[in-house]
Structures are given as C-alpha cells and as structure tokens.
Design a protein around this ligand. Structure first.
Ligand SMILES: [Zn+2]
Length: 254
C-alpha cells in the first residue's frame, strides 16, 4: 500500500526486515520505534518541518489530561474502516480510537518527533513520516476514510487514495477555539469547503465545543502547543475553550 516518495518513482514499497524497498532500488529504513521515514532531502530542508519535540510533548500532556476527549468521541468510525490520518501529530485521535474499535489505522506527519511519539504509544498502527503536501505515499483507493484534523489539506491526493465510496473528515479550529488565550479566530468553513469542492461534496457540518478548567501548568502546555511565547508573569489557572468545526465529505465520482 505504501509508495516510494522519490520524485518520478512512486513504485510500490515492499518490506524486507527493517527496510522498505521499491523495484528501482530506493530504500527507506524502519526506525527503532517502528515508524517508516519516507521524507526526501528537499522535505528535510523545508522551513516547515512540522511540530517540534517540545510542542509534541506539551500536546500529549494535554491529551493525557483528557481535556480534548469530548472532541474525540464525535468522529464516527466503523470497525472495518481503513483509515489514514494525514497530519496525525502524536497520533492521539487515531491511536486511541483504533485501540477501542480495532479498525486498520495509518498515520502520517512531517514531524519526526510527532511520529516517533505516535509509534511508541500506539505500535499496533502504521506510522509514516512524509510530506503530504506534495504526495500522499499510498496506492490509489487504499482507504475508506481520510482524516485531516487541524492539518494540511491536499484535495487531489486525498481523493486519489480514497475508494470511490470513501469519506473525508476535516476538522478545523473553530473561531472560539482557545479564545481565552488567543482571541477570536477566523471562521474557515466556507474557504475549506471551496478547497475541496472539485473532488468532494459536503454532506455534514457540525461544531463541537468543550471547556476545561486548566491548572497553570496545563495553560503553559496549551501555549507551548500553539507556539505562543510564554508570558513573563506567572500563568494562572483558567477555563479554556476547545472548539472544532467538523466537515464530513463524500467523494465526487470522476
Ligand atoms: Zn523508488
């Protein structure tokens, strides 16, 4: 199901012990923690290599405090789904739900620290470091469900790797997400529907919101996870809003 990411190659990869190889002889190592690194040299030089280890650790501590758990429950998975989470971060959503429901789970992210954390916590899923902005490194029609949870959007590639009856679920930070810490954000729904309009049609839209009373160290973790500079004065406990716009799309038939 995995494809070679060397430019102009894109041949199927097959596993040989701790290496994945394509018929043209390109090879990719499996890391000790179990993930597969498909980044190309031009991706490694990218100005945007994804989340830092510090942000990944802060986000995982927030997940482990269960402050975002209510947001997780609203995504409808089927136990026979084959799921790709593009921009999966530390794998919290995908790994937790795959553990509960037993579906076939694949996650990809450009951040090595994020994928390494995912592979250590959820070894039963497949984790891949790749730049999905350019190429989603899976064969055509591999998946029944693609997730993009506050992550990048690549409409053509998402459509290519989905089966014709597949679903796409996109989660966006809603305008009131973390409003106590960063003020009101933009409503991104209309622009996002437009981004996917050629390949997908919107069938359901909902907003899911939860609040949590956070201790000062949890507030600090929120700021770290969104790359906000920490204030010089001590942080105080506060109530914080977490809010997502969830858009469910079905594939347009080509
Ligand atoms: Zn190749």
């Amino acid at each position: 199901m995995l494809l070679c990411t060397v430019r102009g190659c894109h041949m199927p990869l097959t596993r040989d012990e701790h290496t994945f190889k394509c018929p043209s002889g390109h090879s990719f190592d499996v890391a000790r923690s179990g993930y597969i690194n498909l980044l190309q040299p031009q991706d490694r030089r990218s100005k945007d290599p994804g989340d830092t280890a510090e942000a990944v650790a802060a986000r995982r501590r927030l997940h482990d405090r269960a402050v975002t758990a209510p947001l997780l429950k609203v995504i409808d998975f089927n136990s026979d789904d084959i799921v790709l989470d593009v921009g999966c971060g530390d794998g919290f959503y995908l790994g937790t739900r795959a553990g509960e429901l037993g579906f076939d789970a694949h996650g990809t992210d450009i951040s090595i620290p994020a994928i390494d954390a995912a592979a250590r916590r959820y070894p039963e899923c497949e984790w891949v470091v790749a730049n999905a902005d350019r190429f989603v490194p899976y064969a055509n029609r591999s998946f029944t469900l693609v997730l993009s949870i506050t992550a990048r959007m690549n409409s053509k590639e998402f459509r290519r790797v989905l089966r014709d009856d597949g679903r796409l679920l996109v989660a966006l930070a809603a305008p009131d997400d973390l409003i106590e810490l960063r003020g009101a954000g933009r409503d991104r729904v209309a622009r996002t529907v437009q981004t996917f309009a050629q390949d997908f049609r919107l069938v359901n839209q909902r907003r899911v919101t939860t609040t949590a009373d956070l201790e000062a160290d949890a507030v600090r973790d929120v700021l770290l996870s969104i790359y906000r500079p920490l204030r010089s004065q001590p942080l105080e406990a506060m109530r914080v809003t977490f809010s997502l716009d969830l858009l469910l799309f079905l594939c347009r038939q080509s």
